[in-house]
Design a protein around this ligand. Structure first.
Ligand code: NAP
Length: 247
C-alpha cells in the first residue's frame, strides 16, 4: 500500500470504536490525523496517544458534528492547524433504535442530524481546500442497514441509505477535480455501539452472518486506508465489509 506522508486526515467520531481504528491506521501509513469527538475527551486523547506511538502527529478537536456551525468550524480548525485537508472520514454516528410505533421526532432528528446532515456539513466545508489542492479522498461510513433496512432502525437506516445516495451524487460532481467520494458499509462490528444490543439478540445476529463472527474495527480501518492510499480510480462506490450478512 502507498504511504500517506504529508497528507492530513480528519476522522469524525475518532475517539473510540471504528473511528479510533481508522485514525490509528491512517497514522500508521504516515498521515497527520485530526481526531474529532463530541463528549469523550479522555478517549479522544487515548486515540492521540496511540497515534503518537505510531510516530504520527495528531490534533484533538471537540465538536458536535450534528450542529452545522460546529461541524464546519471543525473542518476550519483542522485546515488552520495543519494547513490542508486531504482525507475526510465521516464516521461519527449514533443509534436510537425503536419501532416506528414508539419512535419520537427527537429520535428521528437526532439520528438524521448526527449521521447524515453532518456528512453534508463537513464535505461542504472541506471542499474549498480539496478543490484548491485538486486532491481529496472523502470516505463516508454507512452501514449494511442502509442497504437492507432493519427492524427498529427506520431512522438509522434512512440516515445510512442517505449517505450512500449522497456519496454517489458527490462522486459524480467531484471526480473531475480528483476528489473521490466513497462509502463503506460495515456489518455488525465489535464496538460499544454493538455492545448496546442485548446478548440474546447478539446470538441471533451471529446466526445470520455467513462468516459466523462479528467484524473488527481494524477490518473497517484497513478498507478506509486502502481507499485513501490506493483508491485513485475508485469513486462513487459502496464497499461492503460485513462478513456476508448482506450480499
Ligand atoms: N458497530 C457497528 O456494528 C457498526 C455497523 C455499521 C456501521 N457502523 C457505523 O460506524 C460508525 C462508528 O460506529 P462505532 O460502532 O465505532 O460507534 P461508537 O463506538 O458508538 O463510536 C461513535 C463515535 O462517534 C462519536 N460521535 C457520536 N455522535 C457525535 C457527534 N454528534 N459529534 C461528534 N462525534 C460524535 C462518538 O464520540 P463521543 O463518544 O465523544 O460522543 C464516538 O467517537 C458509525 O457511523 C456507525 O453507524 C457501526
Amino acid at each position: 500500500m502507498r504511504r500517506l506522508e504529508n497528507q492530513v486526515a480528519l476522522v469524525t467520531g475518532g475517539s473510540r470504536g471504528i473511528g479510533r481504528a481508522i485514525a490509528v491506521e491512517l497514522a500508521r501509513l504516515g498521515a497527520d490525523v485530526a481526531i474529532n469527538y463530541r463528549g469523550g475527551k479522555d478517549e479522544a486523547e487515548e486515540t492521540a496517544r496511540l497515534i503518537e506511538a505510531e510516530g504520527g502527529k495528531s490534533f484533538v478537536a471537540q465538536a458536535d458534528v450534528s450542529d452545522k456551525d460546529q461541524a464546519r468550524g471543525l473542518v476550519k480548525q483542522v485546515v488552520d492547524h495543519f494547513g490542508r485537508l486531504d482525507i475526510l472520514v465521516n464516521n461519527a454516528g449514533i443509534t436510537r433504535d425503536k419501532t416506528l410505533k414508539k419512535l419520537t421526532d427527537d429520535d428521528w432528528d437526532a439520528v438524521i442530524h448526527t449521521n447524515l446532515n453532518s456528512v453534508y456539513y463537513t464535505v461542504s466545508a472541506a471542499l474549498p481546500s480539496m478543490l484548491q489542492q485538486e486532491h481529496g479522498r472523502i470516505i463516508n461510513i454507512s452501514s449494511f442497514v442502509g442497504q437492507a433496512g432493519n427492524f427498529g432502525q427506520s431512522n438509522y437506516s434512512a440516515s445510512k441509505g442517505g449517505i450512500i445516495a449522497f456519496t454517489k451524487s458527490a462522486a459524480q460532481e467531484l471526480a473531475r477535480n480528483n476528489i473521490t467520494v466513497n462509502a463503506i458499509a460495515p456489518g455488525f462490528t465489535l464496538t460499544e455501539m454493538l455492545a448496546q444490543v442485548p446478548e440474546n439478540i447478539q446470538e441471533k445476529i451471529l446466526d445470520k452472518i455467513p462468516m459466523r463472527r462479528f467484524g473488527k474495527p481494524e477490518e473497517i480501518a484497513r478498507t478506509v486506508a486502502f481507499l485513501a492510499a490506493d483508491g485513485d480510480y475508485i469513486t462513487g462506490q459502496q464497499i461492503n465489509v460485513n462478513g456476508g450478512v448482506y450480499m
